[in-house]
Ligand binder design. Structure first.
Ligand code: UFG
Length: 338
């Protein structure tokens, strides 16, 4: 299959492109490099062992993207990962988030129409479960209630747009993959998560403490109703997330499905700090602080639908993710990104 990755230069996209190539498919990437690096694209092709055509452009530049597709033959599926994803920034600049995330989605739908592409995989998020405390989160439970920030709301709105698009075209197939907390890195240590600016997510912060860039981890909340009082999440290795995309792109048929990509295994903030300490052999100082506004106490996935529809389940665990992330920190590969 020839598969276009819109926004394919980032953390999830680059690992997915490699997984597609390993499964015998032909990935193509469009990315504007707003949150990714040119050298990651080169390493992605190196690790994939095949030439991956790349267009450096905003996916909303429909003329350029259309010309690019025209040069590479017919496309069987699109994986749509184009958009902004920083929660705090979305609170400060909601117009930017609604404009970019929804605009990119409409551009992808137009492009698919123009090139008669009927299969779309969308990069959604467990954030669509909002304030629901009914765990594990099942795809059948109600989504969209109590989402605390514009970024999360765009994910939910986009799912609704895509449902409507499927209702209007009975040949369209859309799979919205609701990621839980993607972590880890490629086992080569050549690509991994490298957020521009100060990171917000737990794993990149723990990594920066382990490497001495930051002094300590601030643990947001030690009074949650959980075993050790800290927040509980479902941390899933990016390699598993990437494989999930390959399976979703291979789905046939029509209609809309949302599918969780998680391990189904909950881990607390202190579990993460402990796992990273064991992987790195480095002490990770932390201090507890107040809860972070908008956080739910516990979030983890019901993984039955992914197993049923995709024949997929996570194969790696938190320890594997910390080991691979630490390897990525150690290779120094991220220092050389341009
Ligand atoms: N945490 C800390 N200290 C930090 C950062 C995070 O204690 O410095 C805690 C949080 O309170 C939470 C856990 O670590 O309990 C995970 O926090 P992250 O920010 O890493 O991840 P979230 O679960 O808050 O959010 C992630 C993604 C969002 C996505 C959401 C879906 O970052 O993009 O999952 O549930 F929307």
């Amino acid at each position: 299959m020839r598969v276009l990755l819109a926004g394919g230069g980032g953390f999830i996209g680059s690992h997915t492109a490699i997984a597609l190539a390993s499964a015998g498919h032909s990935p193509l990437v469009v990315d504007d490099l707003s949150n990714s690096h040119k050298m990651s694209l080169e390493r992605m092709a190196q690790l994939a062992g095949v030439d991956i055509p790349v267009l450096v452009a905003d996916v909303r530049n429909e003329t350029l993207v259309s010309e690019f597709l025209g040069r590479h033959g017919s496309i069987d599926a699109v994986i749509h990962l184009a958009g902004l994803k920083a929660v705090a920034e979305s609170v400060a600049q909601p117009e930017l988030y609604y404009g970019v995330n929804i605009g990119c989605t409409l551009a992808v739908l137009n492009l698919m129409k123009r090139h008669s592409i009927k299969n779309l995989v969308f990069s959604s998020s467990a954030t669509v479960y909002g304030s629901s405390e009914l765990v594990p989160h099942s795809e059948e439970s109600r989504a969209g209630i109590g989402i605390s920030n514009p970024y999360g709301k765009t994910k939910y709105m986009i799912e609704e747009i895509l449902r409507d698009a499927c209702a209007a075209d009975d040949r369209l197939r859309v799979t919205a993959l609701r990621y839980f907390n993607p972590v880890g890195a490629h086992p080569s240590g050549l690509i991994g998560e490298n957020p521009k600016g100060t990171p917000n997510n737990l794993l990149p912060i723990v990594a920066r403490v382990a490497t001495g860039v930051l002094d300590e981890v601030t643990v947001f909340g030690a009074d949650y109703p959980t075993a050790d009082g800290t927040g509980v999440r479902d941390y899933i290795h990016v390699q598993d997330v990437a494989r999930g995309h390959v399976r979703a792109a291979e789905l046939y048929g029509s209609g809309f499905d949302a599918i969780n990509l998680g391990t189904g295994k909950p881990a607390s903030v202190l579990d993460v700090i402990r796992a990273y300490r064991e992987a790195s052999g480095v002490t990770i100082p932390y201090r507890t602080a107040d809860r972070r506004p908008g956080d739910v106490p516990v979030s983890f996935a019901d993984v039955a639908k992914a197993e049923r529809l995709l024949g997929w389940r996570a194969e790696l665990n938190l320890q594997d993710a910390c080991r691979d992330d630490w390897n990525w920190q150690q290779t120094g590969a991220q220092d050389h990104l341009t």
